[in-house]
Write a protein that binds this ligand. Structure first.
Ligand code: FEO
Length: 170
């Protein structure tokens, strides 16, 4: 049975993963309506991944005898200055999520909850990959500059990395 403290912090993460999905949808909508269909495709795919993270936490909490709470989500930012601005925000958000996952790992150590610690290992790896992938994209955006955005937009989907160790359906 999951301890209340762990259940609560996992529910906090349910909200953060749900928000991540909506945030990337808002960015995708901005990109799509500003002529960046490739960037939009990347963000839509990322939003789907975040939805799977959201589900993973929901199912884990319930599986351990807790109750996942489906939260109200705050409205994400809808307007961005540029593609670079979007990816700066993606990176800042992923760093925030990494810290959030690390806080849960730290609490599971204090509480000696080895099951949850084990569950979180996938997220620890996933965050390393997501941050690295977004840093790589941001470097490229800066390299190509505003004038070559057309080519960048065409090629961005080839920069996608699959989820950590591709354990599908878990
Ligand atoms: Fe689910 Fe990208 O953090």
């Amino acid at each position: 049975m999951i301890k209340k403290k762990i259940e609560d912090i996992c529910n906090r993460q349910v909200e953060r993963e749900g928000f991540s999905s909506n945030l990337y949808l808002a960015m995708a909508s901005w990109a799509e309506t500003n002529g960046f269909s490739g960037v939009a495709g990347w963000l839509y795919a990322q939003a789907e991944e975040e939805r799977l993270h959201f589900l993973r936490f929901i199912k884990y909490i319930n599986e351990r005898g807790g109750k996942a709470v489906i939260p109200e989500l705050k409205m994400p930012q809808a307007e961005y200055k540029s593609v670079e601005d979007v990816f700066k925000e993606v990176l800042a958000h992923e760093e925030f999520v990494t810290n959030s996952i690390n806080e849960i790992v730290s609490l599971t150590m204090e509480e000696k909850d080895f099951n949850t610690q084990n569950f979180l290992q996938w997220f620890v790896m996933e965050q390393v990959e997501e941050e690295a992938s977004v840093r790589g994209i941001l470097d490229k955006v800066r390299l190509v500059g505003a004038n070559n955005m057309y080519q960048f937009d065409r090629d961005i989907m080839s920069l996608r990395t699959p989820p950590a160790n591709a354990q599908a359906g878990q």
